[in-house]
Design a protein around this ligand. Structure first.
Ligand code: 6PG
Length: 234
């Protein structure tokens, strides 16, 4: 595992964090579509990305060139308001013209093991992602890679992991491995809220948390709201 290179960008409030994230997505999409005719993006789950998803509805882009993947999914029936793919669909994907065949949902309703097997087949056809979006949990987790669980950091790790007994409900999840999330031209973390302050401090102090195991060649960009930083952040 190569050491993680972090670039930290602090925004004063959630609105400017949202705008900074949309600007990164827009720039990466333009670059990928201009050079390769396609844009392959991995979406993060949880609540933080919602404002970004809602803003993307009005993005001026060629939606037919977008290919959507999910960094993780919760093993819940579909549709279900707590599924990451459902929240992204309701706020954004269902409102724009991305071809449905290019929205690759994790079939987590099959259960963690079978869904991981099926999604592994999907990713076999995919090379380096253009952009991976990730969140940060209060315990330092990212996607569904949790402390005390397998993160899949080794180069030969499976692309997709079945997650059992996750500390953040639901207990059964599916997650791309740290190795697969790191096979990306760019990785962007989006972190907001005072509840993440402790995890950010540990991360910056060099403690090994799941988020610090994501180590693409180009480093990672951590876009965070100032509320998620503590007083000695500089
Ligand atoms: C999930 C997410 C998870 C999330 C973080 C942050 O399924 O819960 O993939 O990794 O990104 O827990 O969640 P919030 O943005 O809601 O704080």
């Amino acid at each position: 595992m190569i050491p993680q290179l972090c670039r930290w960008q602090v925004s004063p409030n959630p609105e400017s964090l949202r705008d900074a994230a949309v600007a990164v997505i827009d720039r990466e999409a333009r670059q990928a579509i201009a050079t390769r005719g396609e844009f392959h993006i991995v979406l993060s789950g949880g609540n933080t990305p919602r404002a970004v998803h809602e803003r993307l509805v009005s993005l001026k882009t060629d939606w037919s060139a977008w290919h959507i993947y999910f960094g993780d999914e919760r093993c819940l029936p579909t549709p279900h308001p707590e599924r990451n793919s459902c929240t992204a669909h309701d706020a954004w994907l269902g409102c724009v013209g991305i071809p449905p065949m290019q929205i690759h949902m994790i079939p987590a309703e099959l259960g963690a093991v079978r869904a991981a097997q099926e999604y592994t087949k999907v990713l076999r056809e995919v090379g380096e992602f253009d952009l991976v979006m990730l969140g940060l949990g209060e315990d330092g987790h990212t996607a569904s890679l949790f402390p005390g669980h397998e993160w899949g950091t080794a180069e030969n790790s499976p692309d997709v992991l079945a997650v059992h007994d996750a500390p953040k409900p639901p207990p059964e999840r599916v997650s791309l491995s740290a190795a697969r999330l790191s096979r990306a031209r760019r990785v962007m973390f989006l972190v907001s809220g005072a509840s993440k302050r402790d995890a950010v401090s540990k991360w910056r102090a060099g403690e090994l948390i799941p988020a610090s195991a994501i180590a693409p060649q180009s480093g990672v960009d951590v876009l965070l709201e100032s509320a998620a930083t503590n007083s000695n952040f500089k």
